[in-house]
Write a protein that binds this ligand. Structure first.
Ligand SMILES: Nc1ncnc2c1ncn2[C@@H]1O[C@H](COP(=O)(O)OP(=O)(O)OP(=O)(O)O)[C@@H](O)[C@H]1O
Ligand SMILES: C[C@H](N)[C@H](N)CCCCCC(=O)O
Ligand SMILES: [Mg+2]
Length: 219
């Protein structure tokens, strides 16, 4: 994280995150780096003096090796042990949460997921909520990630994999966020693989979006 931290701290300022009460982290897809980026964001928020309250309201694809779970990684970044408050709904099937829940013989509603998050917290604290999958992925039997973001009313950070094809996904989601009158605080273009020569999605997207866009390097 060493190299990225100062840039990330600046980006958190530009996006208003460093003074926000929290964030809903969404993605253009599953596996784009919401947890990867999120853990680094949490660590920088702590350096900036905030106490982070991590939440992964539901995690499907839950594995017995706890350190591989999103919930454990978010808790660890926040300096907390993993407990049931951080991620109370855990399903082993690596499917969309409502289907994974059904396979486990239960159902999961949006209000149950919203209730995993505090309704009040202190100014020094920062609520970090990671959704499941992408912005329009179903997250409960009665709604998609966007609906949960709307109930929580938190500003949104959109994570996309920095590759050819991501601009379409980013712009579609930016429009959906605007349509729902939510606030898109910033975008992170995460290079899970070495980007191909000549590509500059940050520059190109910035022609369309007046919000801070940051690139995350491939580790
Ligand atoms: N910049 C990066 N460099 C190298 N590996 C990365 C990078 N970003 C993410 N990864 C790896 O890619 C995989 C997917 O990332 P991550 O789990 O953060 O995605 P996600 O969006 O949180 O997925 P999910 O929808 O399951 O929550 C992980 O194995 C992670 O370690
Ligand atoms: C199992 C995976 N890693 C996520 N937890 C769930 C992703 C659901 C995506 C559903 C979809 O948009 O088609
Ligand atoms: Mg994740």
């Amino acid at each position: 994280m060493g190299m990225i931290a100062p840039t990330l701290a600046q980006w958190l300022d530009d996006s208003g995150m460093s003074t926000s009460n929290g964030v809903f982290i969404t993605g253009t897809d599953t596996g784009v780096g919401k947890t990867w980026v999120g853990t680094q964001l949490i660590r920088v928020m702590r350096v900036l003096g905030r106490e982070v309250i991590p939440r992964k309201p539901v995690e499907s694809g839950w594995v017995s090796d706890l350190k591989q779970t999103d919930a454990w990684q978010l808790a660890d970044a926040a300096g907390l042990p993993l407990d049931n408050t951080i991620c109370p709904y855990r399903f082993t099937a690596a499917l969309a949460p409502p289907r994974a829940a059904r396979q486990a013989g239960t159902t999961l509603g949006l209000q149950q997921l919203a209730a995993t998050c505090p309704t009040r917290w202190e100014t020094r604290q920062f609520l970090h909520v990671e959704g499941a999958g992408g912005f329009y992925s179903p997250i409960a039997h009665d709604g998609v990630n966007a609906d949960l973001a709307q109930i929580l009313g938190l500003p949104i950070i959109l994570v996309a994999e920095d590759r050819v094809g991501c601009m379409n996904h980013v712009l579609l989601i930016a429009e959906a966020i605007q349509h729902r009158a939510l606030r898109l605080a910033g975008i992170i273009l995460n290079a899970r693989q070495t980007p191909i020569a000549g590509m500059d999605n940050r520059h190109d997207l910035q022609q369309y979006l007046d919000i801070p866009i940051m690139q995350f390097p491939c580790a």
